[in-house]
Write a protein that binds this ligand. Structure first.
Ligand SMILES: Nc1ncnc2c1ncn2[C@@H]1O[C@H](COP(=O)(O)OP(=O)(O)OP(=O)(O)O)[C@@H](O)[C@H]1O
Ligand SMILES: [Mg+2]
Length: 261
């Protein structure tokens, strides 16, 4: 039995995703930040006006993966020193980045009402953009759940590891109760092949279908590629450094599906 026969409706994303995308996983280290950066870049290359927002309030690292020294960041916005639009820095990849600040108490202990105010500012700013990509932290604590349900579309990244699958399921379950009308899609990352990734998706989708009564569609499969590690080590954009690598093509395909192209 193949993934396609197990899951109904079909596992291909049918329509355009929302303007605000959040990338979550539950489990840490599955590739959320790398995927969020690369997706933002792919969407920008397709002509979209994109903001990549580092929503990891504890251990922000978009700036680290790209070797940035931002003049302003999310903590500056929360402290009221600059506005959100001013804090967002243009990047050579053709998209803007609002960096986080790793280890900032102001961010990691942000009260619920202040987080909501920040998200209100982001919603307002998003009206001037085609897309916002929100990279979330690991875990499923209050602020992660709040940002996941704030997004129009939640992209849950899973790998084939059992702990990743159970954490991704937990993220999807909480999202279904926090945001019953919300849209979630699954990204399988670090797959050994496309078909192995589709099998991983089918396992997760089956659990969702059985226990939640609904299976999120597959946003896409990204194959495992040692060049990802290399690009991160060099603090360069993956699509610039390795534009024809399989993982690059996979992220471009996901970006096209998100655009409904
Ligand atoms: N497709 C891939 N192929 C090979 N390695 C990958 C792939 N995607 C991510 N990785 C590796 O996974 C590691 C973790 O990536 P990343 O920091 O983006 O994960 P994360 O989910 O954001 O982690 P955290 O939960 O700590 O925020 C990186 O070192 C990267 O090299
Ligand atoms: Mg991360």
């Amino acid at each position: 039995m193949t993934a396609k026969t197990i899951i109904d409706p079909p596992s291909v994303a049918p329509a355009r995703a929302g303007r605000i995308l959040a990338v979550a996983s539950g489990k840490g280290g599955v590739g959320k930040t790398w995927f969020a950066i690369t997706l933002a870049h792919a969407l920008a290359r397709a002509g979209e006006h994109v903001l990549l927002f580092d929503g990891d309030l504890g251990l922000a690292n978009v700036d680290i993966q790209l070797g940035l020294m931002p003049a302003h960041d999310l903590a500056s916005v929360v402290e009221g020193r600059v506005g959100l639009a001013e804090a967002a820095q243009p990047h050579e990849g053709g998209f803007a980045i609002l960096a986080g600040r790793s280890g900032s108490g102001a961010l990691s202990q942000l009260a619920a009402d202040r987080l909501d105010r920040l998200l209100g500012m982001l919603r307002e700013e998003s009206a001037r953009l085609d897309r916002v990509v929100l990279d979330l932290g690991a875990g499923l604590e209050r602020s992660v759940r709040r940002m996941a349900s704030f997004a129009d579309t939640l992209l849950v990244v899973a790998t084939e590891e059992p702990t990743s699958l159970t954490d991704a399921y937990a993220a999807l379950k909480l999202h279904a109760s926090d945001s019953p009308a919300g849209q979630a899609r699954i990204v399988v990352n670090q797959a050994s092949s496309r078909s192995a990734g589709e099998r991983t998706y089918a396992t997760l989708a089956r659990a969702c279908q059985t226990f939640l009564g609904h299976a999120p569609v597959l946003a896409g499969v990204v194959r495992r590629d040692e060049r990802v590690r290399d690009a991160i080590r060099r603090q360069t954009l993956f699509l610039t450094r390795y534009p024809s690598a399989p993982a690059a093509l996979d992220v471009e395909t996901i970006a096209a599906a998100i655009r409904g192209a």
